[in-house]
Design a protein around this ligand. Structure first.
Ligand SMILES: Cc1cc2nc3c(=O)[nH]c(=O)nc-3n(C[C@H](O)[C@H](O)[C@H](O)COP(=O)(O)OP(=O)(O)OC[C@H]3O[C@@H](n4cnc5c(N)ncnc54)[C@H](O)[C@@H]3O)c2cc1C
Length: 569
């Protein structure tokens, strides 16, 4: 047996209680990793020969279903349908069950004479109790249980062990530890179904069928979700098509000495190009993405080694946030989270609701929040805009509240990646660059990224006839202009909920207070934070913004020194 085999990162629970003649079936249990390619646990199942049963179990939580809104649920169901269709090309099908895996599995172990269960490691601590219970169940019932690492590039526990037992708290440190551990494994071969028999159970009652969102109790949240303007579709087939396209785009960028065109030249209006939701559900293998891009980069940029500034470096952010969360069940909280600073955020449900509903009165912020609800995906730069507005930029409301909203509406919302990004952006950093009211001004930032206002007009049709001059601050439009645009501010579209100039200065001073108190307390709490200002500049889209702040002691901020590069707006 392969227990503890660290080479191929396999963890096995086994028992010899029953003889192998009595049992011949193998189950591969899909949870994340909703793909056939680069799926080492699936390969292990197929290697066994005999009867093979691919399954998925809805237990009310799997793959983040507990908190998912309509768009993410639909994305998951599409991914399952795609998987089912791919399996049917090999003569099989996906068998879907409902209930607690510890109750569902014993029945099918018996009914299908199962001797082996395989699954991909779900590294986040929210899944540990479930998987430990299933491993124990296998042990008790004499079923070999094989778990393989392929949702992440490295086994997060290996990184933690190599960092002296604790997670690397900065991205820089994470990269150093990962480098010391060595290259991640390359993708494994595509599956070969020729050795197995896939019994397709007659299912007159459709009891193994993939349910609808309604059956799962998830309803459309608004009519725009049906329209699918930007058509994000789940499934391995979609993921691989998109991947092919993305590789071409990245290769083209490498060949002209550029990196990360998706982030450097944000296209808010274009067709979906992001792979994050496919990576989140495992429709696309992270190792396939990493190695294809790294190889392409190395081939083209022969002089410069691949680096953390390329899209490969972006993928490392995902690893970093996953690794940090592994031993931390409170990673998505503030008070009980040992790597998050406690900040006395305001509690203001009314303001939180306005932000959630896209009714802040700042069109740039509201358009983003509408897109989030309608389509389930918003660009990285848009995430910066709304996360800073909610937290340190304007409203001084906890990142945990923002996380809950993202976790419901984003199709790529990952328990650890989402919380990690919110924590990093909002609460635990005193980097001057992040404490920059002008950089994150909801008017200036929007003008820079949506210079013609097309994005705002698409997601806020109520403002479609507002002249560009007033589009980002429509409250300044004279009454006659509002009348002509058929949009009265305060009636058809809200007045700004806060005055950004005042609110951002208050937030700045509050953040400085937190900093002063922490400094006075002596050696600081080790917490998740940016490594340095340069990293913030790479992570957050602030072109030309140098973030040089000067606090005159009285809380007065020298705004001209805050972000020289944005003066041209
Ligand atoms: C407040 C906030 C919340 C976020 N929540 C999530 C989330 O729940 N899930 C999620 O996948 N991303 C999240 N991100 C990160 C980022 O916005 C998305 O990963 C990115 O927009 C995906 O676009 P892309 O696929 O074109 O990225 P690319 O630039 O092409 O990067 C390739 C892949 O690297 C990973 N990646 C890139 N940036 C990051 C990052 N900052 N952190 C972690 N992984 C990254 C993603 O898997 C992405 O698909 C969040 C960012 C912020 C500021």
């Amino acid at each position: 047996m392969n227990a503890g085999d660290s080479n191929n990162k396999t963890m096995v629970t086994s028992s010899n209680e029953k003889s192998s003649e009595e049992k011949k079936g193998t189950i591969h249990w899909f949870r994340h990793g909703l793909r056939l390619h680069d799926n080492p646990a699936l390969l292990e199942a197929l290697e066994s020969g005999g009867d093979f049963y691919p399954i998925f179990i809805f237990d009310g939580e799997v793959a983040g279903t507990k908190t998912a809104g309509y768009n993410r649920t639909r994305f998951l169901l599409e991914s399952l349908r795609d998987l089912d269709s791919s399996l049917s090309k090999h003569g099989g099908r996906l068998h879907v069950f409902f209930g607690d895996p510890v109750k569902v599995l014993p029945k099918i172990f018996q009914e299908w004479s199962i001797e082996k269960l395989t699954f991909e490691q779900d590294p986040e601590p929210v899944w540990t109790a479930r998987d430990n219970a299933v491993k124990k169940l296998c042990q008790d019932s004499g079923v070999e249980c094989v778990e393989k690492v392929s949702h992440t590039l490295w086994d997060p526990k290996e990184i933690i062990n190599n960092n002296g037992g604790c997670p690397p708290l900065t991205y820089l440190l994470f990269n150093q530890v990962a480098q010391a551990v060595g290259d991640p494994p390359r993708p494994v071969d595509d599956p070969d179904f020729s050795k197995v028999n896939m019994p397709v159970t007659v299912d007159h009652d459709n009891k193994f069928a993939i349910p609808t969102a309604e059956k799962l109790g998830v309803q459309l949240e608004c009519k725009e979700q049906e329209a699918r303007v930007n058509n994000w579709m789940g499934g391995e087939t979609q993921a691989l098509n998109l991947f092919k396209h993305r590789v071409q785009v990245e290769e083209m960028a490498f060949s002209v000495g550029s990196v990360m065109p998706n982030q450097s030249y944000p296209d808010l209006m274009g067709p979906p190009l992001s792979m994050s939701a496919h990576l989140r559900f495992g429709c696309l293998s992270i190792r396939k993405l990493y190695w294809t891009l790294r190889d392409a980069y190395t081939k083209i940029s022969t002089t410069k080694p691949w680096s953390t500034t390329s899209v490969v470096g972006q993928v490392m952010w995902r690893e970093y946030f996953y690794t940090m969360s592994v031993n931390n069940r409170s990673y998505d909280k503030m008070e009980s989270n040992p790597i998050c600073l406690n900040i006395p955020w305001y509690e203001d449900n009314e303001k939180l609701q306005k932000w959630t509903d896209g009714e802040t009165g700042y069109p740039w912020i509201d358009a983003i929040m509408k897109q989030l609800r309608h389509e389930g995906w918003i660009h990285h730069v848009a995430r910066h805009a709304v996360s800073t507005f909610l937290t340190r930029g304007d409203l001084w409301i906890s990142w945990v509240d923002g996380l809950k909203v993202f976790d419901r509406y984003l199709i790529d919302a990952d328990w650890s990646v989402c919380a990690g990004n919110w924590m990093w952006m909002s609460s635990s950093a005193f980097e001057k660059v992040l404490n920059c009211p002008k950089c994150f001004c909801p008017v200036r930032y929007g003008k820079k990224l949506d210079p013609n206002g097309d994005y705002i007009r698409r997601y806020l049709p109520v403002l479609k006839d507002m002249p560009l001059r007033y589009l980002f601050e429509p409250w300044k439009a004279p009454k006659a202009v509002q009348e002509k645009a058929k949009c009265f501010i305060g009636v058809d579209y809200p007045k700004p909920m806060v005055d950004h100039n005042k609110a951002s200065k208050e937030c700045y001073n509050l953040m400085m207070d937190v900093k002063r108190k922490l400094v006075a307390q002596g050696p600081g709490v080790e917490h998740c934070r940016p490594s340095n200002a340069e990293e913030v500049h790479k992570f957050v889209w602030m072109p030309g913004c140098h973030g040089a702040t000067k606090d005159h002691g009285s809380g007065e901020i020298d705004e001209d020194r805050l972000c020289d590069g944005l003066n041209d707006l």
